[in-house]
Design a protein around this ligand. Sequence first.
Ligand code: PGA
Length: 255
Amino acid sequence: MRRKLIVGNWKMNGSLVSNTALLEDIIPQSSHAQCDIVICPPSVYLMQCGALLADSALVMGAQDVSEHANGAFTGDVSASMLKDCGCSYVILGHSERRAIHGESNALIARKVVAAIEAGLKPILCVGETSDQRENAQTNDVIRHQIEAVLDVLPAGKLAELVVAYEPVWAIGTGKTATPEMAQEVHLLLRTILRAQNTAAANDMRILYGGSMKPDNVQALIEMPDIDGGLIGGAALKSSDFMAIVNAANNALRAS
Ligand code: PGA
């Protein structure tokens, strides 16, 4: 049975003072969580947050990584550096990086491989835009995005991967996919992954992301192929984030 996974993606938000306040609020409330919890702060705050999270039930992730191991790549951060600073996970292929930084499927696939080689678990984001959904291209877009990674990732490494379905039109907009819409894409993803490595695909976590909030989390997280959430806005407010964590705990108890 898959353990639920809740990931807080802080994006480019926070400060030394506000990070401490948020984590000092969340950490004690998470001590008995039945799900896995990952916090992804901006990279400059990884050392600070890593120290705060030490000895807690939460682990840390980063929001991006270089495809390269080291060298003349001004401004970039390598996977081994993230590992060195205490990260266990890294978000890759977020739609904001695809859209704002022009990241291609091929680049994201190379980043996934670099992350796994350094011992990080990538959280690979996939998702369609509203135009693509309206033009009935959702399944093709998702297939293309996931297969770009499967083409370069050895099947034996699939167990290291987490996938997040994040419809672009739902991110930061307050619009959410209905549980049925999300489940349909999650099942498509798991079916594609099963063709590569059935055992790993059955065990791997496929998260939903895109305006997941306390008032919509329960119905989403109870769907059979939704194994948790990638949370943006609601991860910045401890009461919202903990309500989502508690929904994941309840879903476990209900199943
Ligand atoms: P949101 O962001 O929860 O604010 O929609 C999710 C994400 O971008 O990962």
